[in-house]
Design a binder for this molecule. Structure first.
Ligand SMILES: C[S@@+](CC[C@H](N)C(=O)[O-])C[C@H]1O[C@@H](n2cnc3c(N)ncnc32)[C@H](O)[C@@H]1O
Length: 150
């Protein structure tokens, strides 16, 4: 949540689990969607939203594989996944997210992406990336390679 300070708009949590991050972001004013494939966790998170009387305009839990979701509507994306997934996820995010998007990854950084900031330490470390900076960094790196290879 520290890394989301100053941000607003729509947020997608990729792999929302029991919804804890979605609820925290919703309390901070974000319009949140939690994508989750485990139907028990989706039911649990939805029931929490129901008992807390949070309207679906603020919080939605979708039982869906996030790889099949269109993420182009979201200007904030959070993920707490596993290292092997992160690199491939980076490609999807670079293709779909708007230029002003912020991506936050818990525990596992995106390799070769320049970080905007980080918070926490050890297993609790979390990394933030501005997608426009990542795109321009990767473009520059690619151009250097083209020059180098002739
Ligand atoms: C480590 S938990 C993170 C939960 C929550 N975001 C948090 O920060 O507390 C990862 C979650 O991602 C879900 N998940 C993994 N792959 C997924 C996929 N392809 N689509 C949707 N959910 C997925 C898992 O079921 C699990 O609940």
């Amino acid at each position: 949540m520290k890394l989301l300070q100053g941000r607003r708009g729509r947020l997608a949590d990729l792999g929302a689990g029991d919804g804890r991050l979605v609820f925290a972001a919703s309390s901070a004013g974000f319009q949140c969607t939690g994508f989750e494939i485990n139907s028990i966790l989706v039911a649990y998170a939805r029931s929490k939203a129901y008992w807390r009387r949070i309207p679906s305009s603020q919080v939605t839990f979708v039982k869906k594989d996030f790889w099949k979701a269109d993420l182009s509507l979201y200007n904030n994306v959070t993920a707490f996944l596993v290292p092997g997934v992160i690199e491939v996820l980076g490609e999807k995010l670079l293709k779909e997210l708007p230029q002003d998007a912020l991506v936050i990854s818990c525990r596992f950084p995106f390799p070769n992406w320049p970080q905007k900031s980080a918070a926490g330490s050890g297993l609790d470390q979390t990394f933030a990336y501005e997608i426009n900076s990542v795109r321009s960094h990767l473009r520059k790196t690619e151009m250097k390679w083209v020059e180098y290879c002739g």
